[in-house]
Design a binder for this molecule. Structure first.
Ligand SMILES: [Zn+2]
Length: 149
């Protein structure tokens, strides 16, 4: 920084001006203005994501309805070990959504499992890399036929 900048007679005045400039700048970024802008953006994003019949929430709602149907159909009973407990039962997609997206909302592709069996099944499938498209659908179907009789 060059010498003498802050030793000028009008240095004080100058710095006051600068302060004003800075405070003006800060006023331009009033918090409530930012929030309003963000709020607007968020509401637009929300409409895009959650509004309308084809929205995420609608699909989600349909899936949750199917999950409830599956639980009632299987009477809250684990289809692998036979444990019955309505409070903890989970619904598994027999054929994973990643490989069979068309079956994601299909009641016939849903099975009630207890958390233990569900975890075991998922872990085993991951270990066998059944989710990788390379393995193909046939191998997965064969495995699942053996698992759930
Ligand atoms: Zn079980």
């Amino acid at each position: 920084m060059p010498k003498g900048v802050y030793q000028r007679k009008n240095g004080y005045k100058h710095s006051e001006e600068t302060k004003k400039k800075i405070s003006k700048k800060m006023k331009g970024k009033k918090p409530y203005e930012m929030t309003d802008e963000i709020r607007k953006k968020m509401s637009i994003a929300r409409i895009g994501k959650f509004g309308g019949e084809n929205s995420f929430s609608w699909k989600g709602g349909a899936i949750y309805y199917r999950i409830k149907q599956a639980k009632i159909r299987d009477d809250y009973t684990c289809q692998i070990c036979g444990l019955r407990d309505p409070e903890i039962m989970e619904v598994d997609h027999v054929k994973p959504k990643s490989l069979f997206p068309e079956l994601a909302n299909d009641l016939n592709n849903m099975v009630v499992l207890c958390p233990n069996c569900h975890k075991r099944k998922t872990n085993r499938e991951r270990k066998m890399k059944l989710y990788s498209p390379k393995k193909g659908r046939e191998q997965l179907e064969q495995y699942l036929n053996e698992l759930i009789k």
